[in-house]
Design a protein around this ligand. Structure first.
Ligand code: NI
Length: 177
């Protein structure tokens, strides 16, 4: 099976704001190939998640992984989430510093639920479900938003907390007055 890197749509491209279609199960060979290419593209771009609309496919699927160092030493190997549902578990809110492969060079602080329940199908129809907290919950909410045409700046409540990566490295939020 040929694999390939996919072109990533950038903010401003209408596909990122589009409604997405549910994926029929069992998945087609095309969806299987798309999922493999999305994992490869995510790794190549050094991202932690990538949603189908970001590679110009208006479908309800995203891939993600959680590096061990961002999740108390418990990494999550790349997962393919088909027709996912993410719902808040409780009312706790956390502030997350987010970036997005479709918005290169920028990061912003985004309010997210601190705990969510997730449910999705894997490529072979297996159920992927659980409760996520912290960074894992953050990634799931960010990627799920992509399936509903929502980019992280659309979730921000304070635009003074949007900045370029290089400047944030020089002047981290926590060291500002
Ligand atoms: Ni994104």
């Amino acid at each position: 099976m040929a694999m390939g890197l996919l072109k990533i749509a950038r903010m401003g491209h209408p596909v990122l704001l589009q409604e997405t279609d549910a994926i029929e199960m069992p998945v087609s060979e095309n969806v299987r190939r798309l999922a493999a290419d999305m994992v490869e593209t995510m790794h190549d771009a050094m991202g932690v998640g990538l949603a189908a609309p970001q590679v110009h496919q208006a479908l309800r699927m995203f891939v993600y992984h959680v590096p061990a160092e961002r999740n108390l030493g418990m990494g999550i190997a790349p997962r393919i989430m088909i027709n996912p549902e993410i719902v808040p578990d409780g009312e706790g809110i956390m502030e997350c510093e987010e970036g997005c492969l479709s918005i290169p060079g920028l990061r912003g602080l985004v309010p997210r639920y601190s705990r969510v329940r997730y449910h999705a199908a894997g490529l072979d129809g297996e159920i992927i479900a659980g409760i996520a907290e912290g960074f894992h919950a953050n990634v799931l909410q960010h990627e799920f938003d992509h399936l509903n045409g929502i980019l992280y700046p659309m979730r921000m409540t304070d635009f003074s907390r949007l900045g370029f990566v290089e400047e944030l490295r020089r002047y981290p939020w926590e060291r500002r007055a």
